[in-house]
Write a protein that binds this ligand. Structure first.
Ligand SMILES: [Fe+2]
Ligand SMILES: [Fe+2]
Length: 277
């Protein structure tokens, strides 16, 4: 099996190295995120297809040395990164972009027009960057060779108004940015207990996501895809066995403006995750 997620669940993970999520002779997908113990731990991912190396949500400036180290272990030289995907503009997602552009000024940055307006404020000249615009019409698709296309799907107001996600047709992993993210006292790379994980996702989504309407619209859009795993920017990767549960859960979740005039469930969720002090 090229998809390694079931193997990873059983084995011991060495987080000083990249963790290979999908592997075949011509194609690799790896977790290359940050390893510090922090409830807001950041995931970054790399897709490597021949000479094309796509880094997804590389993280903040403080993550740069360790993400670069993990990426280098796969691609040999960090200058071999050809594309960077920025699912939205937050510092934990893309604050390290100026460092990556110093290493390879030819990198193509894949993002949405409204994100493109904001991320140059991290400190680089927008005119000197190769941009690939992701359309809000869900018709931006790139062929990355080895029978793979990346499909970019808009995710309005989840949480940025012009956020999007990436579906890899080869590994069938959905890279979801902040959607399906979780805040976890104890992080694990792959979800094992989905009931516990629902609460950890809820804690994140009630604050950060705009509304149930936005989530439902998004879930309806991605549900027809054959999704073997969901890889968010925070928290654990959701394996295939829990994908439908996760989609159903978010589709019905009240969050954001839904909760403005209701009693927030956050207090009880916090007690469940962190214990009552
Ligand atoms: Fe964010
Ligand atoms: Fe984030």
């Amino acid at each position: 099996m090229a998809l390694k997620i079931e193997e990873i669940k059983k084995g011991k993970i060495n987080l000083t190295n990249p963790v290979i999520l999908y592997e075949s002779p011509d194609y690799k997908v790896a977790w290359v995120g940050s390893a510090e113990e922090f409830i807001f731990r950041c995931n970054a991912y790399l897709i490597s297809s021949g000479g094309i190396n796509i880094l997804i949500d590389p993280g903040g400036i403080q993550h740069f040395p360790q993400v670069k180290d993990r990426v280098t272990k796969i691609v040999g030289n960090p200058a071999n990164v050809t594309h960077i995907i920025a699912h939205h503009q937050d510092p934990d997602v893309i604050g390290s972009l100026p460092e990556w552009l110093k290493i390879n000024p030819e990198i193509t940055v894949i993002t949405t027009p409204r994100t493109k307006v904001l991320i140059p404020y991290y400190g680089f000249d927008r005119e000197n960057v190769n941009w690939l615009d992701v359309s809000p019409l869900d018709d931006t698709i790139i062929d990355i060779g080895n029978s793979s296309t990346l499909i970019f799907l808009s995710a309005p107001f989840l949480h940025f108004p012009d956020a999007f996600v990436t579906y890899d047709s080869r590994s069938r992993i959905l890279f979801s940015g902040d959607i399906f993210a979780a805040i976890q006292n104890r992080w694990e790379l792959i979800v094992k207990n989905m009931e516990k994980h629902k609460n950890e996702m809820m804690y994140f989504h009630v604050y950060y996501m705009a509304s149930q309407k936005a989530l439902k619209y998004f879930v309806n859009k991605v549900s027809p895809f054959n999704i073997k795993a969901i890889a968010p920017q925070h928290g654990s990767i959701i394996p295939e066995e829990f994908v439908k549960t996760a989609l159903d859960f978010l589709s019905e979740l009240k969050c954001g403006i839904d909760l403005l005039y209701e009693e927030s469930p956050v207090r009880s969720i916090m007690d469940e995750i962190f214990g009552e002090n």
